[in-house]
Ligand binder design. Structure first.
Ligand code: RIB
Length: 323
């Protein structure tokens, strides 16, 4: 394989997950059935997803002093992730996410960012794939994106509007429909029955012709949007336990596959399958699937790639694969 490495810049959280019959309405008190403390944070989740797809994975971010930070680092190391780029900030708390999941698997998440928000310095990378999200300061990410020679992927989650400063330095932007709406200041995006209309909206996020936007559509799959074309990849049908971290799984798996030198169109069905499998387990990081399970669900292994240098994974597909 031509793999170099996946470099994740992002958040590390302790997830406190409560299972409820229904999510609380404003002013309502709801009794929880159970609580679990699990590893999470969009950055950490994406790192675990990439590592379990087989990528050499490096994590950069920040934790606080104390047991939560040490435990999170030990969990990342257990997945073979190099955490030498994670700093421990004196006096800070490790980020914590309070997550409620209802009987249908729907969730609400409240994040107390702690050390993630206080992370100030990170170094650019000189190869492989760079992947970041917006639970850490944009000012910390900006020099990394501007100075890195890598395939640069930004997951625009959560939809922090200052994150738009990064868009010109990105090769692939991954967003869900809510994030498309927020970044463009729209009232609503078109429904999942109109891929051409979703693509037309998402094109408003492109800064350059050689960029791509990938819109994740939940149960409707994902849409890769280029300046002149789009490609819809359907989701694989599953009955979810919870959808926490499914978007992170998609991003981490996609980064791992692009790091192997695969094109975006070849990689997307595997990333979609990984995200589907992630919904079958409880929580975020622990639910990330191993590569063999992903290849099983797709129905074929990703073919071996010749050892070559990375090229930007955005190439024109054959007319037959366009929708
Ligand atoms: O995307 C899911 C993640 O969002 C959770 O793990 C939580 O920590 C928040 O960052």
């Amino acid at each position: 394989m031509a793999a170099l490495a996946v470099h994740i810049f992002g958040s590390i959280n302790l997830d406190i997950i409560t299972s409820l019959d229904h999510l609380p309405r404003p002013g309502e008190t709801v009794m929880a059935g159970a609580t679990a403390r699990l590893p999470g944070g969009k950055g950490a989740n994406q790192a675990v997803a990439a590592a379990r797809m087989g990528a050499e994975t490096y994590m950069a971010g920040a934790v606080g002093e104390g047991d939560s930070g040490r435990w999170m680092l030990s969990r990342l190391r257990a997945d073979g992730i190099d955490v030498s780029g994670v700093v421990t900030l004196p006096g800070a708390d490790t980020g914590t996410a309070y997550i409620a999941v209802d009987a249908q698997g729907e969730n609400q998440i409240i994040v107390v960012p702690g050390a993630n928000a206080q992370w100030r310095e990170a170094a650019a990378v000189s190869g492989g794939v760079l992947l970041a999200q917006l639970e850490v300061p944009v000012a910390t990410l900006l020099p990394v994106f501007a100075g890195s020679r890598a395939i640069r992927i930004l997951n625009g989650a959560p939809a922090v509007l200052e994150g738009r400063a990064l868009f010109e330095h990105v090769d692939i932007l991954i967003v869900n429909q809510h994030e498309v709406t927020a970044f463009l200041g729209l009232d609503a995006v078109p429904g999942n029955d109109d891929m051409a209309a979703i693509a037309e909206s998402a094109r408003g996020l492109l800064c350059r012709e050689d960029q791509a936007v990938v819109v994740t559509l939940g149960a409707a799959g994902a849409l890769a949007v280029h300046a002149d074309r789009h490609l819809h990849v359907p989701a694989l049908p599953v009955i979810p336990v919870d959808t926490i971290g499914a978007g992170d799984c998609f991003c981490g798996a996609l980064a791992a596959l692009l790091d192997e030198g695969r094109g975006l169109e070849e990689a997307l069905p595997y990333a979609a399958a990984a995200a589907a499998l992630c919904t079958l387990g409880q929580g975020a990081a622990p639910a990330m699937p191993m590569r063999a399970a992903v290849e099983d669900l797709v129905g074929r292994p990703a073919p071996e790639k010749p050892a070559t240098e990375h090229a930007l994974p955005i190439k024109k597909p054959s007319a037959a694969s366009l929708s």
